[in-house]
Design a protein around this ligand. Structure first.
Ligand code: SF4
Length: 257
């Protein structure tokens, strides 16, 4: 890793400034099994415009954290594990805040026989991200809430761009897995689940829904950062209610994971 310049992004708009293919990476995981199909090398990118109240990686939000990597360094690192992995996932933080870097790595890693997934909340402006999305095989799209009002309360951000990204995937035939965090008292309400199912049902590009139970593992990181964590008293959902939610989406015709 070198101290090269990394792309800068606007927290206010989520717009990325075009920059040469160098990026800021929070950390990497060599054999990830929960970020896309099979065993994957995962780049957790630094920087996110959202402020999810339940974020379990708040230390990946700020754009000056992590370390600067060149594309050459990142490609070399991922290829060290090529015999053990099926693909590479870009997660975060918000990987699409660094779209040129992600697109460059995807273009170089795909010919090596690795599938490419991008785990995004869809906050950045779509026109800046299409090259990266086009270069990926699969989008793991985090939909935080079906409705805009709840999305703004939970993330400080509209979900409009997330659905614009989903529309783009529909029109281009890009495979999508939806990721959705089940939070008691917030998203884990029948009204909210029904609204999400209704919004997602028309999309043929959606292959499955991954339901992620809210947890408290990120709480200590909020304290370390000196940030107020308002979700301290939100309970963790029981396996029974997670199963009920999964059954609901399955009954609505979705493949659920
Ligand atoms: S989108 Fe992800 S990384 Fe960004 S604030 Fe929300 S949970 Fe944290």
């Amino acid at each position: 890793m070198q101290e090269s310049a990394a792309p800068e992004c606007s927290r206010a708009t989520g717009d990325c400034l075009r920059a040469p293919p160098a990026g800021r990476i929070h950390h990497t995981e060599t054999c990830g099994t929960v970020d896309g199909p099979g065993v994957r090398f995962v780049f957790f990118m630094q920087g996110c415009p959202m402020r999810c109240l339940f974020c379990h990686n708040p230390d990946s939000i700020g754009q000056s954290g992590g370390a600067a990597w060149t594309a050459d360094e990142a490609v070399r690192e991922a290829l060290r594990y090529r015999n053990f992995i099926q693909g590479v996932t870009f997660s975060g933080g918000e990987p699409l805040l660094q779209p040129d870097f992600v697109a460059e790595l995807a273009r170089r890693l795909k010919p090596e026989g690795l599938s490419i997934a991008i785990d995004t909340a869809g906050a950045p402006d779509l026109p800046l991200c299409t090259e990266a999305i086009n270069a990926a095989d699969l989008l793991l799209l985090d939909i935080k809430a079906a409705g805009d009002e709840l999305a703004r309360k939970l993330t400080g951000y509209s979900n409009r761009r997330a659905f614009t990204t989903l529309d783009y995937c529909e029109h281009t035939g890009k495979r999508v897995w939806i990721r959705h965090v089940l939070i008691p008292g917030w998203t884990l309400k029948s009204r909210q689940l029904e609204a999400l199912a209704r919004r997602l049902r028309p999309y043929r590009c959606v292959e499955l829904i991954e339901l992620l139970p809210f947890h408290q593992l990120g709480a200590p990181k909020w304290e370390e950062l000196g940030w107020e964590y308002s979700f301290r008293d939100v309970p963790v959902p029981s396996p029974d209610v997670i199963e009920e939610a999964a059954d609901f989406f399955a009954d609505m015709g979705f493949l659920v994971q």
